[in-house]
Design a protein around this ligand. Structure first.
Ligand code: VG1
Ligand code: CO
Length: 556
């Protein structure tokens, strides 16, 4: 297998975003990962969500990686490894890094998206120092090395020589099951679910993403649920034409069945398995609450007991401050990082962070270095089983857990408006408008009343979020513009870093209501509780005029 050098040229627009590089399949070119890392003599993990173009890309990576001196490739069978499973494999087998073929929840297929995430040896997404280096190489690349090896089959578990390297095809799910079994109280969950087969039903929807086989293994094989408790659990290259994003808009296949059959506990995950949604009949858990609740209940999860308790908590900046209140009550450190899981890794590696989350349906802990969809689902089942063990006479469900939480901590009403694929000019003008207000202070102390609710909101400040990593002191600027109000409410504007077409603007709104407000206030519908603030935010930002959009594409 002689190594050949192939001439090439730089391609534009290869800068990895919030979580890897995402492009339409048709424009996906090549990446310069191997020029930016020291792969020689190393072990690399390869996997992904099984989307269209994945097997072809695995072969390309094997050929280029081998020519660059990679010693061993650990590849998920059929090129499948969920993002959390891959993070676990990298850590468990002490690999140098991993290449994940996924564009997460973006639709797949020949006319949709493909993507590449590169993870480093702690199992987490490459930090900006690494992605910047890769990006620099994409701008100057002139040639790459490749060996001319024949295609190998990815569908049989086993080990074989590949040019100068070795390839191990591994079972995609077994290590992950072992991991979750070591974290949660499986016997407790299993006994609760088996004794409530008829009045506490579970439904998991894989949305034809990568999580299906994992969910089947854990819910059916390990926890003893019936086949009826999982649906859409066969990974498909185009996700069955769907949009594998676990929220109330895109996961309608779950919402429909949960509502129709009155299922008590429903859940879904995204294309690559790192996101989750918890949704039972009439009970939606907003991700910002979900992570706060898991943190509150952490002592029923054996993993955290074994660790000697929870070390610290964290959230991404736009995520609601519900978790901050749990941290305060428990006397724990709480960090606010920019959007993107890569910012949690250093804190975890330094032993200062155990549980964290993002409003975008990402929840996780330091058991790996990625957000973890099924981890969150099983965490919730563990909490529900534990709560019921303490309540022999009344069945405790999702809503009971939520209401009890609000009564203790108060409630942070939270919502996100996404304006997808808007013209870049409009998005930039919106950013400029807010920057101007920031510099001149023109919005400070302006009071606006919402027309429909007549609640008054007074601007108390406006800033551009910048983060200094407490561990390596690296600085990330321009991570979102925040307007704060005198009642503690806040609105955040951010440009998405994961889109593949045009610009996507996200507006995040948060309003806190203390426990004293009483049950009827605390129980309000989120849209209702936020109505006034949203009106004021849209007016102050002039968003509709800048973006030329009346309504957002998605509301979560
Ligand atoms: C979005 C989310 C962010 C998340 C990222 C990757 O990024 O807002 O919270 O970490 O997706 O998730 P952005 O830049 O578009 O807002 V995944 O499951 O798509 O890897
Ligand atoms: Co994802």
């Amino acid at each position: 297998f002689p190594v050949q050098e192939v001439l090439t040229k730089p391609f534009e627009g290869q800068k990895p975003g919030t979580s890897g590089l995402r492009k339409r399949v048709k424009v996906f070119q090549q990446e310069s990962i191997f020029d930016a890392i020291e792969a020689k003599g190393s072990t690399l993990v390869i996997g992904g969500d099984g989307r269209y173009f994945s097997p072809e890309t695995v072969h390309t990576i094997l050929k280029i990686g081998s020519a660059n001196g990679v010693d061993r490739f650990i590849v998920g069978k059929d090129s499948i490894l969920s993002t959390p499973a891959a993070s676990n494999i990298i850590r468990k087998y002490k690999a140098y890094g991993g290449i994940l073929l996924t564009a997460s929840h973006n639709p797949g297929g020949p006319d949709n998206d493909f993507g590449i995430k590169y993870n480093v040896s702690n199992g987490g997404p490459a930090p900006e120092s690494v992605t910047n280096k890769i990006y620099e190489k994409t701008k100057t690349i002139k040639k790459y090395k490749i060996i001319n090896a024949p295609q190998v089959s990815l569908d049989t578990i086993g080990e074989f020589a590949y040019g100068p390297s070795k390839v191990s095809i591994i079972d995609s799910v077994v290590d992950y099951r072992i991991l979750l079994e070591s974290i949660f109280d499986f016997p407790l969950i299993k006994s609760f679910l088996t004794s409530h087969r008829d009045n506490y039903r579970v439904l998991f929807d894989g949305l034809h993403g990568v999580t299906g086989p994992y969910a089947h293994e854990i819910l059916v094989s390990a926890l003893g649920l019936t086949e009826k408790s999982v649906q859409n659990c066969i990974p498909l290259p185009d996700f069955g034409g769907g949009h594998p994003d676990p929220n109330l808009t895109y996961a309608h296949s779950l919402v429909e069945v949960v509502e129709r059959e009155g299922i008590e506990f429903g859940a879904a995950s995204d294309g690559d398995g790192d996101r989750n949604m918890i949704y039972g009949k009439g009970a939606f858990v907003t991700p910002s609450d979900s992570v706060a609740i898991i943190a509150h209940w952490a002592d029923v999860i054996p993993y955290f007991k074994r660790q000697g308790g929870v070390k610290g908590l964290a959230r991404s900046m736009p995520t609601s401050k519900a978790i901050d209140l749990v941290a305060k009550k428990k006397g724990l450190e709480c960090f606010e990082v920019p959007t993107g899981w890569k910012f949690f890794g250093n804190l975890m590696d330094a032993g200062r962070l155990s549980i964290c989350g993002e409003e975008s349906f990402g929840t996780g802990s330091d058991h790996i270095r990625e957000k973890d969809g099924l981890w969150a689902v099983i965490a919730w089942l563990n909490i529900i089983a534990a709560a019921n063990a303490k309540s022999p006479n009344k069945l405790i469900g999702i809503n009971d857990i939520l209401q009890a939480h609000y009564e203790t901590y108060g409630r942070s009403f939270f919502s996100r408006y996404d304006y997808e694929e808007v013209p870049s000019d409009g998005a930039n003008a919106l950013v400029a408008h807010l920057n101007d207000a920031l510099q001149t202070g023109s919005l400070n102390n302006t009071a606006r009343s919402s027309r429909s609710t007549s609640t008054k909101f007074t601007v108390s400040g406006l800033y551009d979020f910048e983060y200094t990593d407490p561990i390596d002191k690296s600085v990330s600027s321009n991570q979102g513009q925040v307007i704060t109000f005198s009642d503690g409410s806040r609105v955040v504007f951010r440009l998405s870093g994961t889109g593949s077409q045009g610009a996507t603007v996200r507006m995040y709104v948060e309003r806190y209501v203390p426990p004293e407000a009483g049950p009827s206030e605390l129980r309000r519908d989120a849209a209702d509780g936020l109505k006034g603030l949203i009106e004021v935010a849209l007016e102050l930002s002039k968003l509709k005029a800048f973006l030329g959009r009346e309504e957002p594409t998605v509301i979560t």
